[in-house]
Ligand binder design. Structure first.
Ligand code: ADP
Ligand code: UDP
Length: 244
C-alpha cells in the first residue's frame, strides 16, 4: 500500500490517503509540542519510537479484545491504519496525580489514587481542549450515551492491560490519553497513538520520568528517555506467539 495525498499534518504526525478509501497511512514525526503548541521542539528519533511502541501496544490490546485501528506497520515511521471518524474527545485515564490534574486540583504530583480516574477533554485546539462531562459531550453531539459508555469501558480496560504490560517492564503507568473513532459501520475503535508523547511513564524503582514531561519541564535527556522506555518495553514484552 502506497502513500497518496497528504490529508492532514498535525503536531506529531502526518496522515496520508492510500489507494483504499478505508485505509490511511500515518507518518510519525520527530516534532514535539507542549502546552497547546506554545512550546515547540524536536526529539530526535521520537517518530520511529512512537510508531513502533504504538504498534506493539495496539497489537497486544487487539489480542486482548480491544478493537483498534492498527492494520500493519509499513516502515520505521509509518503505519497503515483503518480510517476512522475521530470522536473529538481526549480520553484521559489517571492512576497517579500529575500534570493538569495536580495543577487544577492543587494536589502534589505522585498522589496514588485508590481507583483510576477517567476524564474527557474536548479535542479543540482553539478552545484549548476544555474538560467536559458526558452530558456536555452529548449536548455537543460528539457521541451518544451508549458510545460514551463503551469508550469508558474500553479506556479502563486499556488502563488495566497497559498497566500490567508496563509493570512487567519495571515502569509505572501514571496516566495516558487515547482517542477513539468510528469506522464506516459505526464500530468504535481505539485510534491515534500510545507512546511517551501520550503517556506518563515513571521508572518503578527510581521514579525517573521516561516520557514527554522531560521535554515539557526541560529536564534534559529527552531522547534517551524515549529510547529507555522503548528498550524496557521490548525487553519486558513477550513476542505474541509466546503469550504473556
Ligand atoms: P494533532 O491533530 O493533535 O496535532 P497528530 O499530529 O498526532 O495530532 O495528528 C494525527 C491526527 O490523526 C490526529 O488528529 C488524530 O485524531 C488523527 N487520527 C489518528 N488515528 C486516525 C484514524 N485511524 N483515522 C483518522 N484519523 C486518525
Ligand atoms: N495528553 C496528551 N495530549 C494532550 C493532553 C494530554 O497526550 O493534548 C496526555 C499527557 O501526555 C498525559 C495525560 O494525557 O500522559 C494527562 O495529561 P494532563 O491532562 O495532565 O495534561 P498536561 O500535563 O499534558 O497538560
Amino acid at each position: 500500500m502506497e502513500k497518496q495525498e497528504l490529508l492532514y499534518e498535525g503536531k506529531a504526525k502526518k496522515v496520508y490517503a492510500t489507494q483504499d478509501p478505508k485505509l490511511l497511512i500515518v507518518a510519525y514525526k520527530d516534532d514535539a509540542t507542549a502546552f497547546n503548541g506554545q512550546k515547540k521542539g524536536n526529539i530526535q528519533g521520537k517518530g520511529a519510537i512512537n510508531n513502533r511502541m504504538t504498534n506493539l501496544l495496539m497489537a497486544r490490546l487487539e489480542q486482548e479484545g480491544i478493537p483498534t485501528h492498527l492494520v500493519k506497520e509499513v516502515s520505521g515511521r509509518e503505519t497503515l491504519v483503518k480510517k476512522a471518524a475521530i470522536i473529538p474527545l481526549e480520553v484521559i485515564v489517571r492512576n497517579i496525580a500529575a500534570g493538569s490534574f495536580s495543577k487544577r486540583y492543587g494536589v502534589e504530583e505522585g498522589l496514588v489514587f485508590d481507583a483510576p480516574t477517567l476524564e474527557f477533554s474536548y479535542k479543540n485546539d482553539s478552545l484549548r481542549d476544555p474538560l467536559l462531562n458526558d452530558d456536555h459531550a452529548i449536548a455537543l453531539g460528539l457521541a451518544s450515551r451508549e458510545e460514551l459508555a463503551l469508550i469508558r469501558k474500553y479506556a479502563l480496560a486499556v488502563n488495566r492491560l497497559l498497566g500490567k504490560i508496563w509493570r512487567a517492564c519495571g515502569v509505572t503507568l501514571v496516566d495516558f490519553k487515547v482517542e477513539f473513532g468510528r469506522l464506516e459501520d459505526g464500530t468504535i475503535v481505539l485510534a491515534d497513538e500510545i507512546s511517551p508523547d501520550t503517556c506518563r511513564l515513571w521508572d518503578a524503582r527510581t521514579g525517573e520520568k521516561l516520557d514527554k514531561d522531560r521535554f515539557r519541564q526541560d529536564l534534559g535527556g529527552v531522547e534517551a528517555a524515549y529510547v529507555q522506555a522503548m528498550e524496557r518495553l521490548t525487553k519486558g514484552i513477550q513476542p505474541p506467539e509466546q503469550g504473556m
